[in-house]
Design a protein around this ligand. Structure first.
Ligand SMILES: [Zn+2]
Length: 368
């Protein structure tokens, strides 16, 4: 089994992480006091973290989403967002993440009068500050932002236009998130068509709590380049008693076209999309060589990091360094950053990083 410090040192790439799902508990407490948010159940950071995690682990996407009231509640001022985003970059970098696309729905931070653009500007400013601090401690990280529109709101076109306005300042794509049931991707076609006409990028939360139709609509109507979760694609795959496998038309399309699946194993266990990490469809999908990537989703709510997710996968499936590198390269091949930047990370950071860790492993074995 891989050692946790080896996993932490290994360069990692993250495509699916929510800014409002990764706050440090102590920061929530600080910001609540500073900006007068009085909705916290406790001001003890550890008890608060436990409360939020209990709230998230109720096997329902709708209940899971309720726990965001406390994080979004303290993200209503520019300086609060800058701090949260800076700490996000620092925490990811300290965990060995070399490239991250972190998403946020700016409409969630407009309660006290901030505009969508002000929210995005604060978020990007925080990433810059955090990445600079991380680099100065020897943990360089490339931080990009995805701008999310919430399904329940009717602002998707406005949010899509905002995303495109910031494309040269660190925003690399557009996403739609929130409860899936009753909000199919086809409700937001105007926004997706706008993004496509601008030659910009789309990923959509689909096939998490809802089945194949949401994946089909996301890909074939909305033009999603990646799927947020996409777990339910397994509903289109039959495994027979003799171990042979048959893919339906949609699963075949997803695999043939190398559609990236932004999989978040522990989060899926918490929302009820999978019974346990060991039972997670990621095992079947990686063995069938779908374009699988590993992600955190919400580090605070699910109590995870990139390293803990890889450790859980190694424990369940014995993935080892070889597959960890494959999953990381999958993520960089699927990232929305420009091609030359992704190539640089693969060739100058990921490949040498894993080669170095493997040579370390060989030395340990040889010394016995
Ligand atoms: Zn998500």
């Amino acid at each position: 089994m891989l050692r946790l410090d080896t996993i932490q040192q290994a360069p990692k790439a993250l495509l699916h992480d929510h800014l409002d799902g990764g706050l440090r508990p102590a920061t929530i407490v600080d910001l609540a006091a500073e900006y007068g948010y009085d909705g916290l159940p406790t001001t003890d950071p550890e008890a608060l973290a436990a409360h939020i995690r209990r709230g998230a682990d109720r096997k329902s996407l709708e209940l899971y989403l309720e726990t965001f009231a406390h994080t979004v509640g303290v993200m209503q001022e520019r300086d609060a967002i800058v701090r949260v985003a800076a700490e996000c970059a620092e925490d990811l970098a300290a965990d060995g993440v070399a490239y991250a696309e972190v998403r946020y729905a700016p409409e969630l931070s407009t309660e006290r009068g901030m505009t969508l653009d002000e929210v995005v500007a604060a978020n990007l400013e925080g990433f810059k500050v955090g990445a600079e601090r991380a680099a100065s401690t020897g943990h360089p990280i490339v931080m990009k932002m995805l701008v999310t529109a919430m399904r329940q709101a009717a602002r998707s076109v406005e949010v899509a236009e905002c995303a495109v306005r910031w494309r040269d300042a660190g925003v690399v794509g557009f996403d739609v998130a929130g409860p899936e049931k009753g909000y199919p991707p086809t409700r937001y076609l105007d926004a997706f068509e706008y993004i496509r006409r601008e030659n910009f990028h789309i990923t959509i939360h689909a096939g998490e709590s809802f089945g194949l139709p949401s994946i089909w609509e996301a890909l074939q109507f909305a033009g999603a380049e990646r799927l947020g979760h996409g777990v339910r694609i397994v509903d289109d795959i039959s495994v027979r008693d003799d171990g042979s496998v048959e893919l339906g038309r949609l699963a075949t399309f997803v695999r043939d076209r190398r559609v990236p699946l932004e999989m978040c194993p522990t989060s899926n266990v918490h929302t009820g999309a999978a019974a346990s990490v060991a039972d997670h469809p990621i095992d079947l999908l990686r063995r069938l060589r779908f374009r699988v990537t590993v992600n955190t989703d919400n580090r605070l709510m699910s109590g995870v990091s990139m390293s803990s997710e890889f450790a859980a996968l190694d424990e369940a499936f014995g993935i080892g360094l070889g597959e960890m590198e494959w999953l990381t390269i999958n993520a960089l091949k699927s990232a929305f950053a420009p091609f030359d930047e992704r190539l640089r990370l693969i060739n100058e950071v990921v490949k040498p990083g894993y080669a170095h860790l493997r040579s370390d492993e060989t030395r340990v074995v040889g010394a016995r």
